[in-house]
Design a protein around this ligand. Structure first.
Ligand code: SF4
Length: 360
């Protein structure tokens, strides 16, 4: 990794597991594990090495390399053209066959990948190996004719890529929480028809339902505890009906470790407030927010610049919007602050947040 990238994205102390006693008027605590995972570091290194090795070439990235605005802006400032995720077809009109095409860490749809490989000479694939593990499971099970069930967010790039790995002869269902799992169980029991299944449950090829075999996988960055509950509930329902239920626990180790570390920190330290820092579109960061927000006043911020002179700009995932709260309303009686950061957050962003807190 170049010095340039280290300086920009990895700069400063690594505060993992640290307690910062003199952070201005606050005590700041951090989990043992947070920030970039191996899969993210692999993707960023590959992209940066490609930029350095090909100074004369145009480079097109299919969507964001990871869900962190600062990281994507860093690569854009180094000449990378980002094709928005919802307009990836555009690459066929703006890039020429000699340009370099980069697949992001979440992967892309199988049909699109095949067309890209067919059209462009150089394709750099940064897809995380843990994401490919989910694809393997889905591909194998759908070839056996199983109904594929995915615990994830249907429009997340990783899930779209995973859905596309199922064969067209399999029904695929995507549920994002325990409530939706309950509604799906009603369908299994025959209490609801497909037409009655609410829109939030994403169903593809509903007419291909196989009531003999269900195969469940997860988006890699979901809440671990929730996925365990969903799997147990649906397995019980389905096996009671005489079907076979197979599950591949595909939440990645990095996500599990960051969630477990966050839980341990909160249970041990009982902070007055929690800052979750990172990209708003990041699934694993959203889940750290949900986890902390159950028990503590939690503020989801992009980076230290979210703390303005008089207000805090913070994101509300349930409303998909940011709001501004006056700083005195947040900090007036606060002594201890916990900071959580997901797998897509550079340590440099955590460091600058710590520095900003010192100045309050
Ligand atoms: S969070 Fe997990 S799946 Fe995503 S890049 Fe990191 S290791 Fe891979």
């Amino acid at each position: 990794m170049s010095d340039m990238m280290k300086k920009k994205l990895f700069s400063g102390l690594d505060y993992s597991g640290r307690r910062i006693e003199n952070c201005g008027r606050f005590e700041v605590v951090l989990p043992k594990v947070f920030g970039f995972c191996g899969g993210v570091i692999h993707a960023l290194k590959l992209l940066e090495e490609t930029i350095i090795a090909n100074p004369e070439k145009k480079l097109f990235l299919l969507g964001e390399i990871i869900h962190n605005t600062n990281v994507n802006e860093y690569f854009q400032s180094n000449g990378v053209n980002i094709i928005p995720h919802n307009a990836m077809e555009k690459v066929f009109s703006v890039a020429s066959a000699d340009d370099i095409i980069v697949i992001p860490a979440f992967g892309i749809r199988a049909d699109l990948e095949a067309r890209i490989r067919n059209r462009f000479k150089t394709v750099i694939d940064t897809t995380c190996k843990d994401v490919k593990r989910v694809w393997e499971f889905v591909r194998e099970e759908s070839n056996k004719g199983a109904t594929i069930l995915i615990h994830g967010h249907p429009y997340h790039p990783e899930v779209e890529a995973t859905i596309s790995r199922a064969s067209s002869s399999s029904m695929v269902v995507v549920i994002s929480n325990l409530k939706e799992a309950g509604l799906l169980a009603d369908f299994f029991r025959g209490r609801k028809s497909l037409l009655e299944i609410p829109k939030e449950i994403h169903v593809i090829n509903g007419e291909k339902f196989n009531g003999d075999r269900i195969a469940m996988a997860n988006q890699t960055t979901m809440l671990f505890n929730e996925t365990v509950d969903i799997e147990a509930a649906l397995r019980k329902t389905f096996e009671h009906l005489g079907g076979t239920f197979v599950a591949c626990q595909t939440i990645c180790k990095a996500t599990y470790n960051r969630q477990t570390s966050a839980i341990q920190l909160l249970e041990k330290e009982h902070p007055d407030i929690v800052f979750v820092v990172g990209g708003y579109g990041s699934s694993n960061t959203n889940n750290l927010y949900f986890l902390a927000n159950k028990a503590y006043p939690t503020f989801y911020i992009k980076d230290s610049s979210s703390i303005k002179e008089d207000t805090l700009e913070h994101y509300l995932p349930s409303k998909n919007t940011t709001i501004f709260t006056p700083l005195p309303d947040i900090f007036s009686s606060v002594k201890k602050i916990a900071i959580l950061a997901g797998a897509s957050c550079p340590v440099g962003i955590v460091n600058s947040l710590v520095e900003r807190l010192k100045s309050i």
